[in-house]
Design a protein around this ligand. Structure first.
Ligand code: P53
Length: 480
C-alpha cells in the first residue's frame, strides 16, 4: 500500500542550478559575454534592464554571482553531504565558444567542466546537463539577431557536438533548451531575450518571432538528439519545459476552450520535441494568422528523426485563464493579458501561486500526452531568508513547500503510474534570480551570504532545509 511504497532505488535525488546564475567569473578563462551578462539587477516587481552591451554605472549581478567558478569544490562537498545523487547545471556556452561563431572551442572552458564534473563524480554525484540555459553568446545577438536567424542551428549543434564528445563518459542525462516554452509569453522582453536572444524591434511582430525562433530551436534540438545518439547510444536527451498548468476560470465552455488554447500555446514546443511533428491546431493557426514562417520539408524530417528520450520540466505554480467577453474564434493566448487570479491558492512573496496538487495534475497531464519518463528538474520556493547570529537559517516555509510537492509527486508515481526519473529542487544553493536578478529571492538549502545591498562575504551556511533534505534523500523520500 501507499504507506509502504518507496521510490525506485536509483531515483535521482539532487538539486538544480544554471551556470550564469552561480558561476560568476564572467570574464575569466576566455569566457565570452553572454546575454545574462547584460542584464541588470531588478527587484520584486521591477524588471531587469537589458542594456546595449556593458554600461558604466549599472549593476550586473551575474558577473560575480556566488563565485561558484572558484568555490565549487567546497560547494559540491556540501551537496554531497546532503546525499545528492545528481547535480543539474548548465554548460555556459560562452566558456566553450566565447563568441559562438568561431570554429575552435576554448580549451580552458572545456577543462573547467571536466574538473567540475570530476569533482561531482568523486562523490558519486552524476552531472545532469542543460546545453542552453538563458546564456547564449551575446555576439550571436549582435551579429545575427539571435534565433531570428537560421544560422543559429549550426552554431548550437556545433557547441552540442563538442560537449557531447568531450563529456561522453561523464554525463548521461542532457537537456537541450531550458524552459523552451517560456517565450510563449512573447510580449515579455525577458522571455524572448533569455530564450532566444531576441529584442523585438518596433516593426516586428513578437508572436511571429517567437514561432520562428521556437521552430529553429526545435530543429536544433532534434539535430542535437541525433548527434548525441551517434556519439553515445546510452545518452538520454530530454526536452525541458516550464510546466505551468493553466486552469479554466469556470466550467463555462468558452473558458474551457480558452484554457485549452492556452495549454496548446505553452506546450506545442514539447509536442514537437516529443512527437516529432507539429500539432494540427498550430499548423492551422499559423496559416490563419498568415505568419509566413520559414519551415522547410527538410526541417520536418529532422524533427521526426530527433525525438527526445525523456521530458524534463520545472514546476513552481499553476495559473488560470478566462475567455474575454468578445473572445476571437482563434482563442489567441496572450499570457501577459489573459491570466486571472486563483482565489483558492496562496502565493509566494513574489506572487507565484503555490499549488502542490497542481504538480500531480501536471504529471498526469504530461504522462497522458507524452508517454515518456519524466524528470522534475526544478521546483522550489523563492523567499527572503534570515541568517541568525549563530549561522542558522530557519526556513520552515521552504521545507513545507518542498514537502507538499514531494508528497504529490509520490502520489503521481504510486497512484497514477507516472515513470519518474528524479527530482532536483531549484537553486539548491542560493544564486542570482533569473527573473529579477536578485540575491534576496532565495531558493537554496545552502545559504550564501550576499545580498542586494552590496554586502557579500560569500560564506556558505546550512539552512534548516539542508538537514531536512538530507533526511529525505537518506530515506528515499519516505521521511518527509
Ligand atoms: P526566478 C518564470 C516562470 C517559471 C520559471 O525563477 C522561470 C521563470 C523565469 O523567471 O525560470 C526558471 O529566478 C528558470 C531558472 C530560474 C527559476 O525558474 O525568476 O529555469 O533559471 O531561476 C526561478 O525566481
Amino acid at each position: 500500500n501507499y504507506n509502504q511504497f518507496s521510490l525506485p532505488k536509483d531515483f535521482l535525488w539532487g538539486g538544480a542550478v544554471a551556470a550564469h546564475q552561480l558561476e560568476g567569473a564572467w570574464n575569466v578563462g576566455n569566457k565570452g559575454l553572454s546575454i545574462a551578462d547584460v542584464m541588470t539587477q531588478g527587484a520584486n516587481g521591477v524588471e531587469r534592464k537589458i542594456t546595449d552591451g556593458i554600461q558604466k554605472g549599472e549593476i550586473y549581478p551575474n558577473h560575480e554571482a556566488i563565485d561558484f567558478y572558484h568555490r565549487y569544490p567546497d560547494d559540491i562537498k556540501l551537496l554531497a553531504e546532503m546525499g545528492f545523487k545528481c547535480f543539474r547545471t548548465s554548460i555556459a556556452w560562452t566558456r566553450i565558444f566565447p563568441l559562438g561563431d568561431e570554429d575552435q572551442p576554448n580549451e580552458e572552458g572545456l577543462q573547467f567542466y571536466d574538473d567540475l564534473f570530476d569533482e561531482c563524480l568523486k562523490y558519486g554525484i552524476q552531472p545532469v546537463i542543460t546545453l542552453s540555459h538563458f546564456e547564449m553568446p551575446y555576439h550571436l545577438v549582435e551579429a545575427y539577431g539571435g534565433w531570428r536567424s537560421r544560422k543559429m542551428i549550426g552554431f548550437f549543434t556545433k557547441f552540442a557536438r563538442v560537449v557531447f564528445q568531450r563529456y561522453v563518459d561523464k554525463v548521461k542525462y542532457w537537456m537541450t533548451f531550458n524552459e523552451i516554452n517560456n517565450q510563449a509569453n512573447f510580449d515579455a522582453r525577458f522571455s524572448l531575450f533569455t530564450n532566444s536572444g531576441i529584442l523585438t524591434r518596433k516593426d516586428e511582430d513578437p508572436e511571429r518571432l517567437m514561432y520562428q525562433a521556437g521552430h529553429y530551436e526545435a530543429v536544433a534540438s532534434a539535430l542535437a538528439v541525433q548527434i548525441a545518439h551517434q556519439i553515445n547510444s546510452e545518452f538520454q536527451i530530454g526536452a525541458m519545459i516550464a510546466m505551468i498548468p493553466i486552469y479554466p476560470a469556470t466550467p463555462k465552455p468558452d473558458d474551457v476552450l480558452k484554457s485549452e488554447r492556452a495549454m496548446q500555446s505553452r506546450y506545442w514546443f514539447a509536442d514537437v520535441q516529443v512527437n516529432g511533428r507539429y500539432p494540427d491546431w498550430l499548423t492551422a493557426y499559423e496559416r490563419n494568422q498568415n505568419l509566413g514562417l520559414d519551415i522547410t520539408l527538410a526541417d520536418l524530417d529532422v524533427l521526426k528523426a530527433g525525438k527526445v528520450d525523456y521530458l524534463g520540466f520545472s514546476y513552481y505554480m499553476s495559473a488560470v485563464t478566462a475567455a474575454h467577453k468578445d473572445e476571437n474564434l482563434d482563442y489567441k493566448y496572450r499570457e501577459n493579458q489573459d491570466l486571472v487570479p486563483n482565489t483558492y491558492l496562496e502565493s509566494s512573496d513574489w506572487g507565484w501561486p503555490i499549488d502542490p496538487e497542481g504538480l500531480r495534475y501536471a504529471m498526469n497531464w504530461l504522462n497522458d500526452r507524452y508517454h515518456l519518463p519524466q524528470f522534475i528538474v526544478e521546483n522550489g520556493l523563492g523567499a527572503v531568508d534570515h541568517l541568525e547570529k549563530d549561522g542558522s537559517v530557519h526556513d520552515q516555509y521552504r521545507i513545507s513547500y518542498l514537502r507538499d510537492h514531494i508528497e504529490q509527486m509520490k502520489r503521481a508515481v504510486y497512484y497514477d503510474g507516472v515513470d519518474l526519473i528524479g527530482y532536483t529542487p531549484w537553486g539548491c544553493i542560493d544564486l542570482v534570480s533569473a527573473g529579477t536578478g536578485e540575491m534576496d529571492k532565495r531558493y537554496g538549502l545552502v545559504y550564501v551570504d550576499k545580498d542586494d545591498q552590496g554586502h557579500a562575504s560569500l560564506k556558505r551556511y546550512k539552512k534548516d532545509s539542508f538537514y531536512w533534505y538530507a533526511k529525505v534523500i537518506e530515506s528515499n523520500g519516505s521521511d518527509l
